[in-house]
Design a protein around this ligand. Structure first.
Ligand SMILES: Cc1ncc(COP(=O)(O)O)c(C=O)c1O
Length: 371
């Protein structure tokens, strides 16, 4: 007789350590739950670009739709070489992925074995932990320095061992918003030959990229995305700068055709839309300034941000409580409890347009002051 199917016996052991990824809430979900008009909901919980998408990108994508019966370029080479040309770096290549999230999957595939370790400064973006666990490796967490949210370089260096494969750094960091000090990143790179993955998903909004450092430090890989500054989160395009000596190994391991034809076309065209990029940066800068000024006046504790979001400290209230109160008013912000490591007092808000920021401020003043 056929034996009964045993679910748990078929799964890899590490799968039991995983929980489903917690994404920002959607407009549909919140309008259903709170019986709100979807057109009045402000979606400010996922750091998307509230200005929408570059028109040039949209046009290119709809043109590409005419050829979706044909496979796209296998590793998005045209897009990769356009990005390379912009940066003019000799020994540095560009690899493209299905969002930066796919680049993390590739890191796990290429670098991590069972029993290896990664070092992650927390609170931060959860995908570094996820890709470590997928590979059967172990994440070692080091809290960012209290209040400044900077890297604890001494601790990071003291945790490096034979087992260490990747040190993850996020700058500007999600969810705290601050750039990490370049001299700290340099100290780490000067002290180790382990892979250092620097996540620059938000760098365009207020920082200076360290891409040129890869020439000197071949162990440095820098991740970027089209989801934020280019407003292409729905198309899923990310990329990484990687030393030429590693690039062919990366490309040999990649899943073919991971970026769809319209997505490659949209990203390619978005690179030419400097006006859209400038507008997006201006909006983030002005929004941060507005919030800094108003939060200071109102006595709301906030973290310094160099990104397209700003994070407040909700104590003595829990961030979760404030997030629910905002949802009831049609504002989706991100309760950072799921980030762990002190995130339960942090509420992250994507910078919006002037009108949106004013609405958020008014709602926050009510939600933070109602006991
Ligand atoms: C720090 C950071 N890195 C990477 C990503 C993922 O980017 P992508 O949309 O390209 O997968 C995000 C998304 O929110 C992020 O906050």
């Amino acid at each position: 007789m056929r034996k009964k199917f045993n679910v748990t016996k078929n799964l890899r052991k590490i799968i039991f350590n995983l929980n489903q990824y917690t994404a920002g809430r959607s407009i549909e979900e919140i309008s259903d739950k709170y019986n709100l008009d979807p057109s009045r909901i402000l979606k400010l919980g996922s750091n998307e670009n509230v200005l929408g998408t570059s028109l040039k990108a949209k046009k290119a994508a709809s043109e590409a739709l005419k050829k979706v019966n044909i496979y796209p370029e296998v590793t998005s080479d045209k897009l990769a070489s356009k990005i390379s040309k912009i940066y003019k770096l000799k020994n540095v290549g560009v690899v493209v992925g299905n969002g930066m999230d796919h680049i993390f999957e590739m890191l796990a595939r290429i670098f991590l074995d069972n029993g290896d370790e990664t070092i992650i400064s927390v609170p931060t973006f959860s995908c570094y932990e996820l890709c470590t666990i997928w590979a059967g490796a172990k994440p070692r967490f080091i809290p960012l320095i209290k209040d400044s949210y900077q890297l604890n370089v001494k601790k990071i260096l003291s945790l490096i061992s034979k087992k260490t494969k990747i040190i993850f750094i996020c700058s500007p960091n999600n969810p705290t918003g601050n750039l990490m000090k370049a001299e700290d990143i340099k100290t780490i790179l000067e002290s180790t030959n382990k892979i250092v993955f620097l996540d620059e998903a938000y760098i365009e909004f207020g920082g200076k990229t360290l891409v040129s450092w890869i020439e000197k430090y071949p162990n440095l890989i820098i991740g970027r995305t089209f989801s934020k500054i280019y407003g292409l989160a729905g198309y899923r395009v990310g990329y990484a700068f990687i030393h030429k000596s590693l690039q062919s190994y990366y490309l040999n391991s990649i899943t073919p055709f991971v970026v769809s034809r319209p997505a490659q076309a949209a990203a390619f065209a978005a690179l030419d839309d400097n006006d859209f990029v400038k507008k997006s940066i201006k909006m983030a800068k002005e929004g941060r300034e507005f919030y800094r000024r108003e939060f200071s006046k109102a006595g709301i504790k906030f973290l310094h941000s160099d990104a397209n979001f700003i994070t407040i400290d909700t104590l003595p209230l829990k961030a979760k409580v404030v997030a629910i109160r905002l949802l009831e008013r049609g504002i989706i912000a991100r309760d950072c409890s799921t980030f762990g490591f002190g995130g339960d007092k942090l509420l992250r808000i994507t910078i919006g347009t002037k009108e949106q920021n004013k609405k958020v401020l008014q709602a926050l003043l009510i939600c933070l002051n109602s006991g």
